[in-house]
Design a protein around this ligand. Sequence first.
Ligand code: PHE
Length: 463
Amino acid sequence: MKKKGGFTGQLGFVFAAAGSAVGVGNLWRFPYLAAKDGGGVFLIIYLVLIVTVGFSLLTTDIAIGRKTGMSAIHAYESMNKKWKFLGVITFLVPVVIMTYYAVIGGWILKYMLMFLMGGTKEAASDTFFTGFITSTSSVQFALIFMLITALVVYNGVEKGIERVSKIMMPILLVMVIAIAIYSLTLKNDLGDGTIRTGLDGLRVYLTPDFTGMSIGRFLQISLDAMSQLFFSLSVSMGIMITYGSYVKKDVDLGRSISMIECMDTGVALLAGMMIIPAIYVFSGVEGMAAGPGLMFISLPKVFDCMCAAGRIIGLVFFILAGFAALTSCISVLESITANFMEIFHWERKKTTGILSVIYLAATAVIALGYSIFYVEVLLPNGSTGQLLDIMDYISNSFMMPFIAFLTSIFIGWIIKPTWIAEEMEYGGRKFHRKQLYNVMVRYILPVIMLILFLQSTGILNML
Ligand code: PHE
C-alpha cells in the first residue's frame, strides 16, 4: 500500500463513514418515504434490506478500498485491467453529485440563519422556500457551504475529515435523540374535542398499514426502500472505496461495517420519530403527504406552531441537518480529490485548490438553475426537473443501480467473493455474514440491481 494519510483508528473511520452515510437522505427522504409507504411496512422492509443488501454493498466497497489501498479508478484497474471502466463510471458519480450537494447545504444554511435571527414566521410562510431558491441570493449560501467543505478536505484525512466527523457526529446524535423525545411530548388541542399527541403520531409511524396492499404495492415499497438504502449508505459511488483505503490493517472491518449500518439506520429511524409525530400533531395525516417539500416547507410551519420553543427546536434541527449535510458533502469532495491525486500525482492542497474553483463555478450554475438557468426537463421516470433534479436523477437513479449491478457481477463471478472475504478475515478476524455475502453478491444483488435500474430509468414501465 502506498504511504498516504489515513484514519487514526476504528473510531475515526466509523465516524467519518457514518458521517458520509448520515445526510439529508436520513433526515428528509427516509421519513417522507416511511409516511408514504405504509409506516411500519416500509420500516420492516427497510430493516431487512439493510442487513442483507446494504451490508453486502457496503462490505464490497470498503473491502475493495482497504485491500487495494486506492480509490475507485485505480482500485478497479488494479483488480482487472479490463474493468477499469467500472472504476471510471464509479468515480463519475461523486463528480456529478458534487455539482448540487452544496446547493442543498446552502438551503440548510439559510434556514439556520432564519431561525437564529428569529425569522420563524417568515420561514413558515407558503412562498418563502420558492422565493428563496428562485432568487439569485441563494447562490451565496451555496458557495459558502462549498467553501467550508473545501476547507475541511484541504486539511486532509486526519486533521480535516476525521476531526470534523468526530466532533459533529456525536453532537448530531444527541440533537436527534433530544428532538425525537421532545416530539413525542407534543400535544395539540384542535378545539373540537380532539387532541392529537406525539404518541399518536408515533403509532402512525410504527404501525404497519396494510390497507390496499397488493403485490404491486409491496414491490413498489421494496424498490423505494432499496433506492433509499443506496443513497443513504453512500455505496456504489466510490466514496466508501476511498474511505476504505484510509483504514489501517489492524481495524476490524466487520465490526466497523456493523457500526456504520447501525448509525445510519438509527439516525434514519430517529429522524422519522422526530418528524412524523411533529407533523401529525400540527397538520394531521394530510400534512405528511408533503413529499419532497417536507423539510423546507412543512417542518418550518410545524416549528412556527410550537410558539416560543419552535425557534430553538427549528434552529437545533437545521444545525444538525447542516452537520449531516457537511460530513456527506466532505466525503463526496474527498472521493473526487483522492482519485485526482492518484491519477495526476498532485499533492492534496493543489488538488483541493483546483477542484474548489471548478466546483464553486458548478455550484453557482446549479443554484441558479431555479432562476437564470431555469429549465424544465421531462425525466425518464415521468417527473419534470430543474438542473438539480437532473443531476440527482443521473447519479442516483441511473448510475448507482447500474454500478451496483456491474460491481456484483464483477466481484461475484470474476474476482470471486473469497477475494473480499480474505480482506474481511485479515489478521484472523471473523467475517460473520460470509455465507450471506456470497449468496447476495453472486445471485441476489445482480437481479435486484437490474430490476431497480429498469424501474428507475422508466424502462420497466415501458415493458
Ligand atoms: N448518504 C447521504 C444521505 O443519506 C447522501 C449522500 C449521497 C452522501 C451521496 C454522499 C454522497 O443523505
